[in-house]
Write a protein that binds this ligand. Structure first.
Ligand code: NI
Length: 427
């Protein structure tokens, strides 16, 4: 089924100028309550506390990923590439549009605190008793399962999975551009039109024509810069730590039978068990922030302090540690306890774990984590084999550790701490 809308619908978008909706089905999916909920979830979680412009939502990002995918597919269709299976257009567009449907409020912190996974939730929403599921089923009974297969990366048409999830996929291209635009940093302004023109389907995956190498280099450099400037910004990490601590404390209190002065459904379910899809869909950032605002006046001093800090952006400060010295960390924890600080809440250790781009994954037989260039003789080369720039930024891992702590609280007891410890935190 390819039922097109009588008249094309457009969304004005600051990144792609216009987002074009041509299919009845896509329009219907955008108008479901499940998709509209993404308007109430920020794309970058707590990053707005570091870069105040970063208030953009997962709704706008999802539309952007859909639009890039649509442009790639129409480029494939225009060129009549035999390696692109034309009847996969709708599966690819739906997977692109819906790939982030399962994100919760302040995703990263909430997932860590409650051991959840947004990809699982995306699939549950696609396959459960939801409006999105009913609309997808209008195509065919097994269509929701096909879309879920693309999200889980086990769909049998590999090229569709590759289009939606690879180092050069529509998801990454959209968030790089969008996050750069809304944070206002000068990186991330890649020539996306040129990259899109250089892509082509080849033997079950999306590859880049060799002449597009410099555009891809530029894209990877932008990713590298954005990673250190925005995604791993220590102040943003500090606010994520605060969130994680709030969730951890609330869960602990709930388990101990503490009676909250203020509580909202479906939070108790979140603390004690797996939520139903219906309950999960009630979670958004407005709800979480309302709860934090009220919890500022809870009896529990830890919870009220943490929530007050979040609302007023009174974040933990940090010091750097070049290498992990666990003996020193133990010593810090002991001396914290001795002066009445709580090592569980007054100290957090953080380290960059992710890398902007994996180059060599010899164990990865499907080569899904590689960017492949296609030369005129139709031979494939991994980009770092040909590009000095890509090679130079691959595998770089600045493995510094950050120790986060509440500055005022620490200062109040500094004279009772061993001198080398109080000096360390003054650095
Ligand atoms: Ni995404």
């Amino acid at each position: 089924m390819r039922q097109s809308l009588g008249e094309e619908k457009v969304f004005k978008d600051p990144v792609h100028n216009y987002i074009h909706v041509q299919d009845e089905l896509i329009w219907a999916l955008i108008n479901t309550p499940e998709f509209q909920r993404l308007r109430r979830i920020r794309q970058l979680g707590t990053t707005f506390l570091t870069f105040h412009g970063a208030e953009h939502s997962r709704f706008s990002h999802s539309l952007g990923v859909y639009e890039i995918t649509r442009r790639i597919i129409s480029q494939f269709e225009r060129n009549g590439y035999a390696d692109w299976p034309e009847d996969e257009r709708m599966v690819a567009l739906c997977a692109a549009l819906l790939h982030d449907l399962g994100h919760g409020p302040f995703s990263h912190s909430i997932e860590e605190a409650f051991h959840m996974d947004h990809e699982d939730w995306t699939c549950k929403i696609l396959l459960g008793d939801t409006e999105v599921n009913r609309i997808l089923k209008q195509i065919s009974g097994d269509f929701p399962e096909k879309v879920a297969g693309v999200i889980r990366k086990d769909y049998d048409k590999r090229i569709v999975v590759n289009l939606v999830s690879s180092p050069l996929d529509a998801d990454r291209m959209d968030y790089l551009l969008r996050d750069a635009y809304f944070t206002g940093v000068n990186y991330g302004t890649i020539d996306i039109d040129r990259i899109l023109r250089m892509l082509r389907p080849f033997h079950g995956r999306v590859v880049v024509k060799e002449s597009g190498m410099h555009a891809v280099e530029d894209y990877l450099m932008s990713r590298y810069q954005m990673y250190w400037q925005v995604y791993f910004h220590p102040v943003t990490r500090s606010s994520e730590i605060l969130l994680r601590q709030i969730f951890r404390r609330a869960k602990e209190l709930w388990a101990s039978g503490y009676s909250f002065q203020f509580m909202l459904d479906p939070l108790p379910g979140l603390f004690t068990r797996e939520l139903t899809v219906r309950e999960y869909l009630q979670l958004d950032e407005a709800l979480i922030q309302t709860v934090f605002m009220k919890w500022q006046s809870e009896q529990d001093p830890i919870l009220s302090d943490l929530c007050g800090r979040f609302m007023e952006r009174n974040l933990y400060k940090y010091v750097e540690m070049e290498t992990m010295d666990s003996e020193f960390i133990d010593e810090i924890k002991q001396s914290f306890e001795a002066v009445g600080l709580d090592p569980l809440y007054d100290l957090e250790i953080d380290s960059p774990a992710d890398l902007p781009y994996d180059v060599f994954r010899p164990e990865d037989e499907l080569r899904t984590h590689q960017i492949l260039l296609l030369d005129r003789q139709e031979r494939l080369k991994e980009i770092s084999e040909v590009s000095d720039i890509v090679r130079s930024i691959s595998g770089i891992h600045r493995g510094r550790y950050h120790l986060y702590f509440p500055k005022g609280k620490l200062e109040a007891v500094a004279d009772r701490l061993p001198e080398h410890i109080s000096t360390f935190f003054k650095a």
